[in-house]
Design a protein around this ligand. Structure first.
Ligand SMILES: [Zn+2]
Length: 64
């Protein structure tokens, strides 16, 4: 978390959805190799949130 503020859940995402975002995503763990394996419909999946305070994207992977 960057702001320690509320974040809205946007939905499950894979590497394609993450690549299409207009700004970088902060993961809860620094593991770029995991990102390459992410699939929206197949594990590992990331769960995307947007910070309601600053608009930053945050993601959590179920494989980390
Ligand atoms: Zn924020």
């Amino acid at each position: 978390m960057t702001c320690d503020d509320a974040a809205a859940f946007l939905g499950p995402v894979g590497r394609g959805e993450l690549a299409a975002l207009d700004r970088p995503v902060t993961f809860d763990d620094d593991s770029a190799e995991q990102v390459a394996a992410l699939g929206k419909d197949s594990s590992p999946t990331a769960y995307l949130f947007v910070c309601l305070h600053c608009g930053a994207h945050l993601a959590y992977s179920d494989a980390l």
